[in-house]
Design a protein around this ligand. Structure first.
Ligand code: HEC
Length: 229
């Protein structure tokens, strides 16, 4: 017991001794038991820096820097369409509808050709996997992770009633743009062109579902099946 009190007293004295005196100023670096990123190698905006020859802390962009959505010529277009065009106009391309009806087929504005369709589908796959797969699942079967955490009634997009014959492309474009029920609107998140790319990718998922066993096996044997993940 004697030693316990002695040890206790020593620890208490050490602890208090190490504690900085409140309000006292010292030119020395304080002892920090928990540094919590107090000290960082960083430059503050608008502050000078001796590190750079011109003495400026804030740096200009490196020559050749490309702003997001702009290509090196500054044209910011893919196939004649501004990459970050979010729509809001009228007509089939911007709404998915013609007069009072949802129409089907990829709009001519996309200028799809045999050369560009592959890249277009890949864009759709990326946007689908980023925005839709959490709910609708990577294969479109509605078994995404959010269902397990209580999001109810997620549509199974591989069902026949969402297939190309029964459910127009324009209607799917409209649901992606404006949402439905528990599904939010994506017109502010996914650019116009990419929303059509998502429609095309969902069509690809639906078609892949019906692929004959032989074709699927062949893709697996060639090691190419995983590319459509
Ligand atoms: C937060 C979860 C969630 C996300 C993310 C989501 N959806 Fe949905 N989606 C739903 C739910 C829930 C429904 C069922 C809505 C209803 O019928 O009330 C639905 C329905 C649909 C439908 C069928 C609508 C109809 O007419 O019945 C389509 C098509 C669809 N989603 C496509 C997409 C696409 C494409 C994306 C990605 C851009 C996406 N969804 C992102 C939850 C989501």
């Amino acid at each position: 017991m004697k030693y316990f009190f002695l040890a206790y007293a020593i620890i208490a004295v050490l602890f208090i001794g190490l504690m900085p005196t409140r309000g006292a100023k010292s030119p020395d670096t304080p002892i920090r038991l928990f540094p919590d990123m107090d000290e960082q190698d960083k430059l503050k905006a608008q502050k000078p820096s001796a590190f750079f020859a011109d003495g400026r802390g804030s740096r200009l962009p490196v020559p050749g820097t490309q702003p997001l959505g702009f290509n090196e010529t500054g044209a910011s277009e893919i196939g004649g369409i501004h990459e970050l065009e979010f729509g809001g106009g009228t007509g089939y391309y911007a709404t998915g509808g013609i007069d009072d009806y949802f129409a089907t087929g990829m709009p001519e504005d996309l200028k799809l050709s045999a050369e560009t369709v592959g890249a277009f589908l890949e864009r759709g796959r990326d946007a689908y996997n980023i925005n839709c797969a959490i709910c609708h699942g990577a294969s479109g079967d509605g078994q995404g992770i959010t269902g397990q955490f209580g999001v109810p009634g997620i549509a199974n997009l591989t069902q026949e009633n969402f297939g190309p014959g029964a459910y127009p492309d324009g209607r799917m474009f409209d649901v992606i743009s404006n949402g439905k029920g528990n599904m939010g609107a994506y017109k502010h998140n996914i650019p116009l062109r990419d929303r059509w790319a998502v429609v095309a990718y969902v069509r690809a998922l639906q078609t892949a579902r019906k692929a004959p066993y032989g074709a699927v096996k062949e893709a697996f044997d060639k090691g190419t099946a995983g590319q459509a993940q």
